[in-house]
Write a protein that binds this ligand. Structure first.
Ligand code: ATP
Ligand code: MG
Ligand code: MG
Length: 551
């Protein structure tokens, strides 16, 4: 993995080891909060954390960062594990929950109090904010800041025992209200929340804040490099202060390193916004094929290899940037071009009768599956076939090489045909074509080599299978710079799903399972959707054939 080998985090790891740190080995973690489904941004973090561990012959933990009881749920815990596995990574026996450390974290908080480095504050959340000051003005000390160790221990124990209501008291680190770093202005480390936790139930009514729980969970697990996104850069001094204050050895304790989060054009990567799309029914669920969740991308037909390739291509940087979503599409197109079998499907059918082909005849024509891997199959041909409506024009422009009245076209894997008659309904709409075939123009036949400009795909009407085909466009429009507006609901694309109910596909796909990929010749890459029933195949378009990604 070239990205891992050369990125700045790997350099930092090598530097650390050169300086005699982390001699026991490298240990990373992926720490999702189970309050939603993983998205493409998380994939970047997963590839990075598991990739760093692998590259350094180290370990990577999966840790559920479940310290915020009201938004978390076991549904998310399950989906997160499924998605990481599907992406191709394994934590083996190293799956942990921050909530498993609640007892230890409580003890560490008491230790901090005993060292005179934490205090119980009675100020309200609004008051704490007001006292905190601004970037240009120092903060003001709380009147409760100088409580004795005994009083703080007693009040903290009573917070734990449930004597106070939500918001009545908090535990704060005692650092420096004049620090230029706002996080060091006595950040809150415990709050009261009489809330049911998905794992610890009602055992706790105080919960540790991220700034307190995260560094300590890292330290408890023996993490060496705690990789996180840039918005935590300002929190790093507190991370170090906390571990230093509690006596963790500087040569072995974890070190936080920040990288730029993934931003994609036409895409929101925030669980809060994705949840809104689900809850307000703009999409069918977290796994709607238009969603940038891992489960949505999977259902859309993205492969694990294509997502890993994408994460490798975008690299890891220290500065925020915006990646064009066409690059993501490029990665899956590349993968499917190599690996998906080709089949013929007609999305918007126009019936063609081959008038000189016997009514009771049926033959099977050899068709290649994939130019890179070989393999072939037989495709049935008979007197009535379907072609795409758009492959016929009654009054075509000059360079139209598909079918036109009196014109000729080659049917892929089959005959050259000539359009003899156009049948219309009472409104003048073309409903059927009568054609003749050059019966010696198949591969191997006398006129097979004739030069014909156009080749089109088709399916035999008698044997084709009915299919529903779902075509997707971006869920969200970007502005001219590729950015999604802050009010992303304003930018929702109302036409992001087009459902074609009456498509036809060749019978070779009959018994394929959901998740199987195909290239529909001339049309795009498609995957079998789990909505498929024995009576009807359902396909999602993964991407079109043409690549718009320019390196
Ligand atoms: P969101 O803002 O979508 O809720 P989060 O950071 O709160 O994301 P977590 O579950 O806490 O979600 O994320 C787990 C890990 O994934 C964190 O280490 C986080 O930094 C990383 N991560 C989240 N979003 C991205 C992203 N867009 N790009 C890279 N890494 C990300
Ligand atoms: Mg988070
Ligand atoms: Mg978040």
């Amino acid at each position: 993995n070239t990205t891992i080998a050369s990125n700045f985090i790997q350099n930092a790891i090598e530097e650390d080891q050169k300086n005699g740190k982390y001699t026991e080995g490298i240990h990373t973690r992926f720490p999702p909060e189970p309050n939603g489904y993983l998205h493409i941004g998380h994939a970047k973090s997963i590839c990075l954390n598991f990739g760093l561990a692998e590259h350094n012959h180290g370990l990577c933990n999966l840790r559920f960062d479940d310290t915020n009881p009201t938004k978390e749920d076991t549904e998310y815990v399950d989906s997160i594990q499924e998605d990481i596995h599907w992406l191709g990574f394994s934590w083996q026996n190293r799956m942990f929950y921050a909530s498993d450390y609640f007892d230890k974290l409580y003890d560490y908080a008491c230790e901090l109090i005993k060292k005179g480095l934490a205090y119980v504050d009675d100020l309200s959340a609004d008051e704490i904010r007001a006292y905190r000051g601004t970037l240009t003005e120092p903060g003001k000390e709380s009147p409760y800041r100088n409580r004795s160790v005994e009083e703080n221990l007693d009040l903290f124990a009573r917070m734990k025992a449930g004597e106070f209501a939500d918001g009545e008291k908090v535990l704060r680190a005692k650092i420096d209200m004049a620090s230029p770093n706002m996080v060091l202005r006595d950040t809150v480390i415990y709050r009261i929340a009489h809330a049911h936790h998905h794992r610890t139930g009602d055992a706790w009514c105080i919960y540790p804040m991220y700034d307190f729980a995260h560094p300590l969970s890292d330290a408890i697990e023996g993490i060496t490099h705690s990789v996180c996104t840039l918005e935590f850069e300002e929190h790093r001094p507190f991370y170090d202060w906390l571990l230093e204050s509690l006596g963790f050895d500087a040569n072995t304790r974890p070190r936080q390193i920040e990288f730029a989060r993934l931003n994609l054009t036409n895409t929101v990567t925030s669980k809060r916004k994705l949840r809104q799309l689900v809850e307000e029914h703009f999409v069918s669920g977290w796994d709607d094929p238009r969603m940038p969740t891992i489960s949505g991308l999977r259902r859309r037909g993205y492969t694990p290899a294509s997502l890993r390739k994408f994460c490798e291509e975008i690299g890891v940087a220290k500065a925020d940037s915006l990646v064009d979503v066409s690059m993501l599409e490029h990665c899956v197109r590349d993968d499917l071009n190599e690996n998906a079998d080709r089949v013929m499907a007609v999305l918007r059918p126009l019936k063609v009768v081959i008038t000189n082909y016997p009514e009771d005849k049926e033959e099977y024509l050899l068709a290649d599956n994939n130019p890179m891997h070989g393999g072939s199959r037989f495709v049935p041909f008979s007197r009535e076939i379907y072609i795409e409506q758009e492959d016929f024009m009654e009054e075509p422009p000059k360079k139209y090489f598909r079918l036109k009245p009196g014109g000729e076209v080659r049917l892929k894997h089959a005959y050259i045909i000539k359009c003899e008659e156009v049948i219309k309904d009472e409104n003048g709409k073309v409903v059927e074509l009568h054609c003749t075939a050059y019966l010696d123009s198949k591969t191997g036949g006398a006129t097979a080599g004739r030069k014909i400009k156009g080749t089109i795909h088709w399916v035999a009407a008698k044997t084709a299978l009915p299919a529903e085909v779902r075509l997707y466009d971006y869920l969200i429009e970007s502005d001219e710079n590729g950015n999604v507006p802050a009010d992303f609901l304003e930018a929702l694309n109302k036409n992001s799903l087009e459902t074609i109910e009456n498509a036809w596909i060749e019978p070779s796909v009959k018994l394929t399972a959901a998740g199987t990929h195909y290239q529909f010749l001339r049309t795009g890459y498609f995957v079998v959707d789990p909505d498929t029933t024995p009576d009807k195949l359902v396909f999602n378009r993964v991407v079109g054939l043409r690549d718009s990604w320019a390196k």
